[in-house]
Structures are given as C-alpha cells and as structure tokens.
Design a protein around this ligand. Structure first.
Ligand SMILES: [Fe+2]
Length: 391
C-alpha cells in the first residue's frame, strides 16, 4: 500500500508525500542550502520521538519549541532570538498550524529590519520586505488541516489589539514539504476531527467564494470528496495510513484552493480565536452550518454540485447541510460556540472585527458587522433556526 500512497509533486511547491518520507529530512534541508537549520515546533511536541529523531538527523541543528496555539508576536520574537543566537540559515517548521506559521514567520523576519506588523497582508505591503533576508523553510506538518505547509502566509496574534494578523510574502512558501502520514497517526480523535473539518472549510469556502478561478474550484471539489471519504476513517482509526495520507493531501489542497478566497466562517473564527483562545479548526467546525444557512441563496447551485460530487444520500442544499450536521455530530463536534466556552458578551467586537477580517471579502454574499454579529450570536446559542438567511 505504501508505494501507492507515495508521490513527488511540484505544485504549489515541492511536496514529498508518502509514509516514511521523514527519513529524507536531511536531504530536503541540504537541497535548500541549509547548513544550520532551526527546528521550530509546538510546545506539545518538544519531547516527541519525531522531534528527537529530526534533531539527531540534522547536523548543527537546534530546537525552538516555545510555540503555543494561536502564536503571538512574543513567540516570533523568541524564535528570532534563538535563530540569531544559533547563527542559523534556515527553518524546519515542524508541527501543527501554529508551529508551521510561527516557523515560516521566523524565517521571513530573520533578515528584515522593519517591524512585523509592517508586513500585514494589505495591498502591496509585502513589497516592503527585503527578499534577500528571507530564509528557506522546510515544512513538516503533523496535523492534517491548516495546510500552512503550502501557504504563503502566517497568522500571528497581535496581543495588544487582540487581532489575528495575516503576514504575507510570496517567498514565505516553504521550499520543500515532507508530507508523511506516519507523523499524524498519534493525533487524538478530537484533533483529527477539528483539523480535518478546518481543511473541509478551506475547500468549501474557496469553492463558494466569488470570482473566476477554475483551478482553485477543481482542487477544492476534489479536496471535499477526499475528506468526505477519509475523515471518518482517520477519526475512527488513527492508525489507518491510507486515511491519514489522504487527509494530509486534502489539507494541502484546501490551502492551495483558498488563494481564491475564504468567507464568513473564517471571518468569524479569527476574532473568536483571538478573544477566547479557542482551537481554530474546532471553531470553524462549529460555525460552518450557521454561515452556510445565512449564505443559502447564493450557494444553492454550488451546494447541489457538492452534494452530487460527494454522492450524498440527499441532494441539494438541504441534503448537503444535513450531511454537514450529521458529520459534525459523528465526529464529536459541539453544536454551539457556548459549548466551547464562547459567550455573547463580546458579540459587537466579534462582528466588527469579523467584518474587517480579510476572509470576509470572500463570502458569497457581502456581509457587514451587524450581519456577522447576528450569525455569531446564533452560533453561540446553538440556534440554526435563528439565522435569518440573507435575502
Ligand atoms: Fe482555517
């Protein structure tokens, strides 16, 4: 089976996919010219055998493992100090979305003189960066959701404003990705579900975002088909290597597709994560049906197409929505934001910040702060029937 799950791909970057391919980590670093890599990982992975093995395999490497969920400027700054103190010349970003984002941003900032927030993803701000000061990255995902391993941005929390900022530069794309499903077999079912639905939402929001982008649409549709088939299997049996390999591919597909845009789910999930420190994938998973219901008028045709590609028992928007709700329940995802510790006392702020989140512009129906607040309140209450679909 392992040979059939193996592939070398070259879009959107070089991806070495397949069980056991972490053995090629030193080769990947050598190909990017790294001689002294800094391994950036999540706090939770510091002692893991896969990190110890990576340190042993990479000569002259060091470990920076102080990255938390929803990484903030302080984590990036600490990583930069470690990078400079060790005289490193590249980053191995190894872990879940937080480690990948933090690692990519450390490599990006390693040779910049301007402050981090000057490189927020606004207009052409990325051109302020000195391209010669961007160090190479080898990315090793250990969850299948974020897709950050094939993304050109990192999401960093500004702790002063409580806003998640997208730091963007085309050269932030990792040079080589090692997509090894054996690294994800230890993910607990809850994390498998939450990150897997994040990948689904990337595909879904990209597919429904307005605009002419058949490349993204094709990738998104196939990504949803794979997740429909394999997420329940990866959840039920974490050691199912085929399901893990398919989910890793689907996660990369989601992030490839969302160059086209995201939408209301991510627009609301970002400020909720900033204010309540909720898990990104889990937050998206809870919010998804509320935003779908709000967007109904604009996405009925696309929802019908998705229901046919996924070969759902019931077709059309209603069949698709019913499947989303069933899948969510079967994967142990709660129905309301209140269930994950989110309250309505910040509803006005969430609405305002969701409206200015870059994801909001990809929503299939234009949404303002009041409408996003309305959807948020329904999601906190767990009342799908309270969502007024846009006319
Ligand atoms: Fe996401």
């Amino acid at each position: 089976m392992s040979t059939s799950l193996r592939g070398n791909w070259n879009y959107p970057t070089t991806i070495w996919a397949g069980p056991g391919r972490i053995a090629e980590l030193a080769d990947a670093c050598a190909r990017t010219g790294m001689k002294r890599p800094l391994i950036v990982t999540d706090e939770g992975l510091i002692g893991a055998p896969m990190i110890r093995n990576a340190l042993a395999a990479l000569k002259n490497s060091a470990l920076f493992g102080a990255v938390r969920g929803n990484p903030a400027l302080t984590h990036v700054e600490a990583g930069l100090r470690a990078y400079r103190a060790g005289g490193h010349d590249g980053v191995v970003a190894f872990g879940g979305g937080s480690a990948l984002d933090a690692g990519k941003v450390v490599a990006f900032m390693s040779g910049q003189t301007r402050p981090l927030w000057d490189f927020e993803d606004i207009g052409d701000w990325w051109t302020r960066a000195d391209p010669a000061g961007i160090a190479p990255v080898v990315a090793v995902p250990t969850t299948a959701g974020t897709g950050s391993e094939v993304g050109r941005a990192g999401v960093i929390l500004n702790e002063e404003t409580h806003q998640k900022k997208i730091i963007f530069h085309p050269q932030m794309m990792p040079r080589i990705v090692i997509s090894d499903p054996e690294l994800t077999v230890g993910l607990p079912p809850g994390v498998t579900a939450a990150t897997g639905i994040d990948a689904f939402v990337h595909c879904f929001e990209a597919f429904c975002a307005p605009g002419f982008h058949p490349l993204a649409d094709g990738v998104a549709l196939e990504g949803m088909r794979i997740i429909h088939r394999f997420l329940p299997r990866a959840y039920a049996d974490g050691k199912n290597i085929e399901a893990r390999a398919q989910m890793l591919a689907a996660a990369s597909m989601g992030a490839t597709a969302f160059q086209k845009g995201l939408g209301g789910v991510h627009a609301i999930a970002h400020p909720v994560g900033s204010w309540f420190n909720t898990h990104h994938g889990l937050t998206n998973a809870v919010i998804l049906p509320y935003v779908m219901t709000y967007n109904r008028r604009a996405i009925e045709g696309k929802a019908d197409l998705i229901s046919r590609v996924l070969d759902l028992p019931k077709r059309g928007f209603d069949g698709f929505l019913a499947w989303v709700i069933d899948m969510r329940r079967e994967l142990g995802i709660p129905h309301s934001l209140a269930d994950i510790g989110v309250s309505v006392d910040k509803a006005a702020i969430i609405g305002r910040e969701a409206a200015i989140d870059p994801s909001a512009s990809g929503n299939p129906i234009p949404v303002d702060a009041a409408q996003l607040e309305h959807i948020f309140r329904a999601a906190v209450a767990g009342r799908l029937d309270a969502v007024d679909a846009a006319a």
